[in-house]
Design a protein around this ligand. Structure first.
Ligand code: GDP
Ligand code: IMO
Ligand code: MG
Length: 432
């Protein structure tokens, strides 16, 4: 496994999230010294399973589960201190210590404030069925304020208490007027918000650092860095199925701005794909199976959100979509996860193209909801397998149908599948 990581690597989702990035970052973390989050916030939910114990993080990089790893929350993340400290306290109770020795937070990271969560929830409620289906974690409004600039608060701003008090007063007063007019929302009281965020700032202070300087020094000294992508390419605000996306550049393309490192300092891009497709929230999903097959996958794969508990929409693997992600991000190797979930299905279908209403075949993926709205998936059918594969530890031990499935997908996406995962545990990971 040590040979697998050559230089610094980014692990990223190739579909609509929840591909098992947490499991793979944890697995590859054995040969890394730093693990870095560069995008998104508490809308992510990354699970690992260590010795049968399931642990999840939303904001902390999953490197916290391996002693000796320095974990970094980069400038491209939007940080909700309430969630961060809850996560730190929960892990402390489980015997995992998070200290300034194993966690650093960029002073440039933007802070999720109570009005961001209020706005996210109010907008979704007001939109009704036309909403995006966000996680209501305040992610979009926080990134919007980052772009507005004059109404944003960064981690560094928490340290200047007098200025923070004024800023919170100013922004809360403005938001209260706006939200009363738009959503008839009750006003937020700036005083307790200031006190709470002042205290968060004091607790956060020992973790705050110039994380780019730390990363540049690590690169120079040849330490191995693993970048932990959150969300996925098809949820990227520029390259995903807009507007049904999240608000960050969560493909590999956002790594360099979100972590603050030079593009040539990353050598490997490891794309993670499920053996099928899922998506949470609204948006186009051509190969969705709103039927017994979808239900079978949901129950066997426990496809319920790590962050919100919502049932995930399930469907057949879409290699048109995955190939788009592989090509866009220059993916160097792919991991296929959750192959064990497909056990027991007589036949497996793979979406290899989209037929438009006019009968013509679309020549590739379109990150546009109107283009994908009415397409009819074109499927290839492969035989399934019945034997439980979750105890397999070598690729060659898989039933021939499972091996053939992996090899066919590899051809369709044009990238080698170097790791296959057949269970949540670290050991259930087959290297090819
Ligand atoms: P992430 O957001 O990409 O990190 O993925 P999540 O953690 O949200 O969801 C993936 C789920 O699948 C988690 O509960 C993992 O423990 C689980 N998982 C990961 N790989 C496998 C696998 O190969 N087989 C099975 N059965 N479960 C897996
Ligand atoms: P991980 O890292 C799955 C989806 C939400 C919603 C849309 C916008 O665990 O793979 P947001 O709250 O970000 O404004 O919601 O994006 N979404 C995810 N879906 N996994 C995730 O992260 C997601 N992060 C955001 O469900 O449809
Ligand atoms: Mg997840």
């Amino acid at each position: 496994m040590k040979q697998f990581l050559e230089g610094n690597a980014c692990v990223l989702g190739l579909q609509w999230g929840d591909e098992g990035k947490g499991k793979i970052v944890d697995f590859l973390g054995e040969s890394a010294q730093l693990v870095v989050r560069y995008c998104g916030g508490a809308n992510a939910g990354h699970s690992v399973s260590i010795g049968g114990r399931k642990l999840s993080t939303h904001l902390l990089p999953v490197g916290v589960f391996r002693p000796g790893i320095l974990n970094i929350i980069g400038n491209g993340v939007v940080l909700d201190p309430e969630v961060l400290f809850r996560e730190i306290d929960t892990l402390a109770a489980a015997g995992i210590a998070i200290t300034p020795d194993n966690l650093k937070v960029s002073y440039k990271t933007h802070v999720v404030m109570p009005w961001h969560k209020q706005e996210d929830a109010a907008r979704e409620t007001a939109a009704g069925a036309g909403g995006i289906g966000t996680t209501k974690r305040g992610i979009g409004p926080c990134y919007a304020d980052k772009m507005h600039r004059s109404t944003a608060i960064r981690v560094a701003d928490l340290a200047n208490e007098e200025k923070l008090r004024e800023r919170i007063n100013h922004i809360a007063t403005e938001r209260n007027k706006l939200f009363a007019a738009l959503y008839n929302a009750p006003p937020l009281d700036p005083k307790p918000i200031f006190e709470q965020y002042r205290d968060f700032g004091r607790r956060l202070a020992p973790f705050v650092a110039d994380t780019t300087a730390i990363l540049l020094a690590a690169i120079k000294s040849g330490k191995r860095i693993l970048y932990e992508g959150a969300h996925a390419v098809l949820l990227d605000v520029d390259h995903g199925t807009y507007p049904y996306v999240t608000s960050s550049n969560c493909s590999a393309l956002g790594l360099f701005t979100g972590a603050g490192v030079p593009p040539r300092s990353v050598q490997q891009f490891i794309g993670i794909m499920k053996a099928y497709s899922t998506r949470v929230g609204g948006g186009p999903f051509p190969s969705e199976q709103n039927n017994d097959t979808g239900n079978y996958i949901r129950e066997r794969g426990h496809e319920y959100g790590t962050t919100t508990g919502r049932p995930r929409r399930c469907g057949w693997l879409d290699t048109v979509a995955v190939k788009y992600s592989v090509d866009l991000c220059g993916v160097t190797a792919v991991t296929m996860t959750l192959l064990d979930v497909l056990t027991g299905l007589d036949q497996l279908r793979i979406c290899t193209g989209y037929k438009q209403k006019n009968g013509q075949l679309l020549d590739g993926f379109r990150a546009d909801m109107d283009a994908l709205a009415d397409v009819e998936p074109v499927y290839e059918t492969l035989p399934g397998w019945q034997a439980d594969i979750s105890a397999c530890r070598r690729f060659e031990d898989l039933p021939p149908q499972a091996q053939a499935y992996v090899k066919r997908v590899e051809q369709l996406i044009g990238c080698p599948i170097r790791i296959v995962s057949v269970g949540p545990d670290r050991a259930a990971t087959l290297m090819r």
